[in-house]
Ligand binder design. Structure first.
Ligand code: G
Ligand code: MN
Length: 286
């Protein structure tokens, strides 16, 4: 008998990784966080580069359960997938985004689009897809105000089940955005077929814009590709005025990054970005 130990159904171990020197069982802690709903979303603003208007926010998962409080979003999602908790957590994140958006719409703020990250594992199951229509209805959210972000680093475009799921989400009226564009499994034909709404240029290309002519070429090509196909292009990870200037001069429409705002809790986001959302041009030295 294993005594008081609890074994992870996936890895079969009682304890797993160590964080900050403490040996903890991440799966168990994540399960506790799930049972007690110890999650929140942080929101990172997205701006129209020309007008300076806020156009949206990316919702990023945070865990408020102490042992996992400092785990970053991507790692949390990986853990949720590994321990079989992604369907519940992913669905919670979608619903919480809709609930928060309804709060902001009711408060009279200009409508913005909320981007929710969705992984391949969520796409191949019907769980999220089946839950989306009733959630949109419950909070009276027009589908076009929710953007589904899928990363190009997962082989989503080569998996028929994922493609069909994305098509179904698109047919519900949701927007589709391709995250980390340029780093993974591109399939240009599906960008058009799925009527993808937005390409997010990966921050690795933005980071070195100043020093790498290759990256400048890649970024301007993606902006051109978006323009040719009628797909919005957003540059992510913009941290400096120089990067913003290059993007502006090369016709990039929208931006996200620490230069404009870090991911913050909903109340901070409201105070920083929604309450003063009178469009005014972002000043960039040329
Ligand atoms: O790949 P995705 O866009 O989902 O990644 C979101 C993550 O990127 C978040 O954890 C967020 O904190 C981080 N991030 C957002 N903007 C910037 C930025 O300007 N610079 C860096 N280094 N990280 C960023
Ligand atoms: Mn993302």
């Amino acid at each position: 008998m294993p005594g008081n130990h609890v074994f992870c159904p996936v890895c079969q171990r009682a304890k797993e990784l160590s964080v900050d020197g403490h040996e903890i069982h991440l799966g168990l802690e994540l399960r506790i966080a799930c049972d007690l709903s110890l999650f929140s979303l942080h929101y990172q603003p997205q701006f129209d580069l020309k007008t300076g208007a806020i156009i949206g926010a990316e919702a990023l998962l945070r865990c408020n359960h102490d042992p996992l409080a400092h785990v970053e979003t991507n790692r949390l999602i990986q853990m949720a997938e590994h321990f079989g908790l992604i369907q519940n957590i992913g669905c919670w994140a979608f619903e919480e985004s809709c609930r928060q958006l309804r709060v902001w719409l009711n408060a009279g703020y200009e409508p913005i689009c909320i981007a929710v990250n969705v992984s391949a594992i969520q796409l191949v199951s019907d769980f999220l897809k089946d839950n989306i229509p009733p959630i949109l209805e419950r909070y009276d959210i027009p589908a076009e105000l929710i953007e589904i972000e899928v990363t190009e680093t997962q082989p989503i475009f080569g998996d028929l089940r994922c493609l069909e799921a994305l098509e179904a989400l698109r047919n519900m009226g949701l927007r589709l955005a391709i995250d980390d564009f340029g780093t993974g499994y591109s399939s240009l034909s599906y960008l058009k077929r799925l009527k993808v709404h937005k390409l997010k240029i990966d921050r690795s290309f933005i980071q070195h814009l100043q020093f790498s002519s290759d990256d400048r070429l890649i970024v301007s090509s993606v902006i051109g590709l978006g323009r040719s196909l009628g797909i919005h292009v957003l540059a992510e990870g913009v941290e400096t005025e120089e990067q913003a200037t290059y993007l502006m001069n090369n016709g990039c429409g929208t931006v996200q990054g620490y230069l404009y705002g870090k991911p913050v809790a909903a109340d901070t986001f409201e105070a920083l970005h929604m309450a003063c959302s009178q469009p005014s041009p972002i000043s960039i030295p040329v």
